[in-house]
Ligand binder design. Structure first.
Ligand code: ADP
Ligand code: MG
Length: 444
């Protein structure tokens, strides 16, 4: 049998699964999973949190097992473990290296995200130059630096790269996601340690904050961030933030904070054009020693990827196919690997918006009209928020599509509802159970 690593088998399985579930479903539940061990027919998959573990266990176990059995011809049982909570057998401890780095909840920088591994291209030229300038002269130019752009375009990568470069100069740098900052703030508030919290951030020489939009609508956290921002700025200490949209589009964030962001430089990253896609693929293939011709890289780059993460996924898929079938990477093999993916991406998912609203209404014993109405009973509000959240998760519909489906709600209300439910399902097990049951129902 061909020697394959657990990681490769799982990457190939992910490629297959991508063809069988809807795109948003794949991104929510499967994209952040990693194959970590395969022993005695037990295939262990590492997942980012308990909610994902439960969802996959309840809804996609048989599909996943079928896919793995198809690939390995073995009678596989799959287990899902939350990162770090699974003790692998000693022999396989090296496979733990493939666990995803938890950059969101950990202040540690991701060692892979440096300037050396970042490909400067047309789509990110401004952001890249500004990030370099800031790491060379922190606090002097472009303070704050606001990096914005869609998902998977390299914002987190650049933010980490600045951190690495600045650490070399022995400058004290604090890297935090806005979500982690919020969680820390809430704990500090509860434990009456706000002064200590504020001091920790105000004393740093450089603050790197990822995904700043997470602060919107969280008044107290935002207020504290505002003061920290002023402390740092007054001391000429560098602040770099990332966001998926421009400051002016940050509804729910106070205008005084938005205008602070406009003091410095706003550098946006655009979706990659063909040349940028090819440059990224070439750099990656070279770095990882993948034996693949420019012709095939061009073939991959021709697919209309919206972001770099998807692009990397396509390259992984092609290399995984080659390992799995023990075949050289030829244009035919690459086309086969990518074709099925493209077909799936253009086909429509079976779950539609109306069906989701109906299922949620059913689950709460309400009518669809209740959910679309202006009524404000506690039960109705929660049901409506869950409907918004599930539509977003399952279909990736835009805020305005969701608004239309649910009786013309404000986009900010919808985005806050989605965030609220995403965080509530993590902490509230009965809500999690209910949401999971609705999802199960949707896919039956
Ligand atoms: P974002 O934070 O904008 O959602 P990330 O920084 O997480 O995106 O990037 C997604 C993936 O794409 C990461 O693996 C990252 O290393 C890679 N990536 C993005 N842009 C580039 C680039 N210009 N060069 C090399 N890799 C990139
Ligand atoms: Mg990011």
């Amino acid at each position: 049998m061909i020697e394959r690593t657990v990681k490769q088998i799982w990457e190939t399985a992910l490629g297959e699964l991508q063809l069988q579930v809807s795109k948003p479903n794949y991104h929510t539940w499967l994209a952040k999973t990693v194959g970590v061990s395969f022993k005695d027919n037990e295939f262990v998959v590492s997942v980012p949190n308990t909610f994902v573990a439960e969802y996959l266990d309840n809804n996609q176990r048989s599909l996943i097992e079928k896919t793995l059995i198809g690939l390995t011809h073995k009678d596989i049982k799959v287990s899902f473990y939350v990162n770090g909570n699974h003790k692998c057998p000693a022999k396989e401890s090296d496979s733990l290296d493939s666990l995803p780095k938890r950059q969101v909840s950990s202040p540690r920088l991701n060692p892979k995200y440096t300037f050396d591994t970042f490909v400067a291209a047309e789509c990110n030229r401004l952001a890249y130059s500004a990030a370099l300038a800031v790491s060379e002269n922190p606090g002097k130019r472009y303070n704050p630096l606001y990096l914005c752009g869609g998902v998977g375009l390299g914002k987190t990568h650049l933010l980490n790269a600045i951190g690495h470069a600045v650490l070399l100069k022995k400058i004290q740098v604090t890297y935090v996601s806005a979500e982690q900052f919020t969680n820390e703030f809430v704990s500090a508030l509860r434990e009456k340690r706000i002064d200590e919290f504020r001091k920790k951030y105000s004393d740093t020489e450089m603050l790197l904050m990822d995904d700043i939009y997470f602060l919107s609508g969280k008044r107290q956290t935002e207020e504290t961030f505002f003061h920290i921002f002023n402390d740092l700025h007054n001391a000429n200490h560098q602040i770099v933030v990332t966001c998926d949209r421009a400051p002016k589009d940050l509804q729910g964030l106070e205008s005084r904070l938005c205008s602070r962001f406009e003091w410095g430089l706003i550098a946006d990253i655009k979706p990659p054009d063909f040349e940028s896609r090819l440059a990224v693929l070439k750099a990656r293939a070279k770095r990882e020693g993948i034996d693949i011709s420019t012709e095939i890289l061009e073939l991959i780059a021709q697919h209309p990827h919206q972001n770099i993460r998807e692009l990397e996924g396509s390259l992984n898929r092609v290399t995984a196919y080659s390992t799995l079938f023990n075949a050289k990477i030829t244009p035919e093999l690459a086309t086969r690997a990518l074709e099925a993916l493209a077909q799936k991406q253009t086909s429509t998912g079976s779950v539609n918006l109306t069906k989701i609203v109906e299922k949620v209404a059913d689950s709460f014993q309400l009518s669809v009209e209740d959910l679309k109405s202006r009524k404000r009973g506690k039960n109705i509000i929660i049901a409506r928020q869950i409907a918004m959240y599930l539509i977003r998760q399952e279909t990736g519909a835009s805020l305005s599509q969701i608004s239309k489906e649910l009786g013309d709600r404000e986009p900010i209300t919808i985005s806050q509802a989605c965030k609220k439910i995403a965080s509530d399902v993590e902490s509230n097990s009965s809500l999690r159970q209910q949401v999971t049951e609705i999802q199960q129902d949707l896919h039956n």
